[in-house]
Design a protein around this ligand. Sequence first.
Ligand SMILES: Cc1cc2nc3c(=O)[nH]c(=O)nc-3n(C[C@H](O)[C@H](O)[C@H](O)COP(=O)(O)O)c2cc1C
Length: 367
Amino acid sequence: MSADASADLSALLSVDEFEAVAKSRLTEMAYAYFAGGSGSELTLSRNRSAWEALSIWYRVMVDVSSRSTATTLLDHPLRVPLLAAPTALHKMAHPDGEIATVRACGNAGLGMVLSSLATTSIEDVCAAATGPVFLQIYIGQDRGFVRELVARAEKANCAGFQLTVDAPVWGMREREMRTGFRVPDGLSLPNLESGGRQIPRDHSGVGIGNALGWTISPSLSWKDLEWLCETTALPVLCKGVCRADDAATALRAGARGIVVSNHGGRQLDGAPATAEVLPRVAAAVAHRVPVIVDGGIRRGVDIFRALALGATAVQVGRPILWGLAAGGEAGVTRVLELLATDFDRTMALAGCPTVSAITRDLLEPSR
Ligand SMILES: Cc1cc2nc3c(=O)[nH]c(=O)nc-3n(C[C@H](O)[C@H](O)[C@H](O)COP(=O)(O)O)c2cc1C
């Protein structure tokens, strides 16, 4: 499939093919921002290779003529255990931006996590949603600002929050710096630009992270998670956890879910792949709350692997952006369909008629 402007979405068969088309359509700066990781991008590449390294010891002679990929997440039904991860600036990928994403997720029966650095407001995204929408938030130094954003999300009927905890400072995003990244003219960040706040426009060469330094705080601690959990009745999930002991502490602080994530390899380069972290966190959480994982999920078979390691659901970041850039809502729809059908096919081939049949022993040699 050539990555030309007339790409037939139905001819694209994998997320990698979508990435090739997206790359051909995006500016060099936008592609670098979306694709890049931090430092030497070790964690970025480990995330993906760690899933691929897990063999599936499939079971044969199971009647899989009737199958269901469905699950529930915090009482929300999902057709597949899959959500769109929070990623910034969807209008930089396609003019329809986050509205295209939330519609595609809704039509597929999936959930979406909206980035607080989104180019569409939480109100507009929730109004266009037919599935659950969670809002990702950072806690910076200004608690009043966070309180306002939480109140807006509650009023808009948001399903809950993901507090990102892996960014006390921003990672070293060299690709952003090399391409002189700046938020393109004409795009705004309406979840941040309330109360007269304006993002600095002239931040070419320092990366968006440095320009938005006020959205995060190096003093972030468990007390902030506790505070957020007390501030809202909606569930707060803790996103960016890399250790079993931290997962246990997050639950004591009031988290109603854990997201095993390293920000798609954009924060601490050298962090383990999320596939390495997941089984440890799942053991510590012991089914008390949902465990979500993201990072390097590129095929339905990776969703299967994640569930076998104890995840309740997975999130995908870049695959959504590649779908958006290649074809707006239709592109995201096609990416989600590829992931969903591959997950269903993997379940059939591995002898699992339901998601509850996807167990850890399927990743281990039988005795
Ligand atoms: C372009 C881009 C922007 C992102 N923006 C955010 C963000 O605003 N907030 C956040 O918590 N995570 C953000 N992330 C991290 C994602 O939520 C998610 O953890 C990661 O993309 C998962 O890895 P994957 O892209 O390999 O699926 C971003 C990731 C990318 C690639």
